[in-house]
Design a protein around this ligand. Sequence first.
Ligand code: GH3
Ligand code: MG
Ligand code: MG
Ligand code: MG
Ligand code: MG
Length: 301
Amino acid sequence: MIPNPADSTILIIDDNADTIRLLSAMVRDQGRVLFATSGAAGVELARQQRPQLILLDVEMHGMDGFAVCDMIRRDSDLRSSAIIFVTAKSTPEAEIACLDAGAVDFIPKPLNSAVVQARVRTHLRLQAALATFDGLANQDGMTGLYNRRYFDRQLAVEFARHRRHQLPLGLALIDVDDFKRFNDRFGHQQGDSCLRQVAEALRDGSRRPGEMAARYGGEEFVILLPNTDAGSLERYGRWLCSRIVALDIPHPTATAAPHVTASIGLCALLPGEQDTPEAMLHAADMALYQAKRAGRNRSVL
Ligand code: GH3
Ligand code: MG
Ligand code: MG
Ligand code: MG
Ligand code: MG
């Protein structure tokens, strides 16, 4: 999915109401415009709304533009918000200071409508291109699920959240059963199509907030389930197995059933349990191995 620059959000942070009015009128055709009249309110709004572009006044009462820029650049959730400084100080030194602070551009006051529009348009286009690349870098090309790279990053994020807020965290490792035989019987193209169908079922089965499905590699998938305790995870594992059975993809040479099935290894971390993301994956892998040994088409915690 390619992001459209016109769907962008532009946040104006300025302590002067007249400047906000003027800037809003200039850029309102290019996206949804929000504003804040202080640095602190601006940072708060940026965290809530994740704007693609922030037009930031340098001289403000209280927290000035450089302090705001610094806070935003330190916030990993706001990595993809670009900052343009708006300032009357247009010496080369001032311009360099803005760029060195982490802004992508600099708009001089007094404001020229055509210049403001051209700069905003250019940066929204660049932001959309970056978002496209970011999406592609995190995606598995064949199934459209997230890839392992992205999964590993999200697991680290959720794991830290689990620690901080003392919430349970669940993980499911899913491996298609007897898939080598499936390829041998039907060929690789049918094999790929089977993996896409399984992936779609997994995506569909992980739509609650915070849940994510990824292709872990080959015919293995993984689902991250925040706030899921052991009991819910066991029910989820059984449900997921039945969803893959329900795809009803014929597999006459499989060992567990005459259609495609999967084995699932589960791992649930309770609040406060001292472990690591790697240990979670290892535990799920051990459980998966047991599910295979016990006859496949089942989940094991
Ligand atoms: P088990 O039930 O023990 O998991 O048996 P299995 O045959 O599924 O496991 P094994 O690890 O022996 O074989 C996995 C097979 O998955 C072999 C490999 O060629 C196939 N495979 C991995 N990635 C892809 C893919 O992207 N497309 C297709 N068509 N096949 C793939
Ligand atoms: Mg000001
Ligand atoms: Mg495998
Ligand atoms: Mg397999
Ligand atoms: Mg195997």
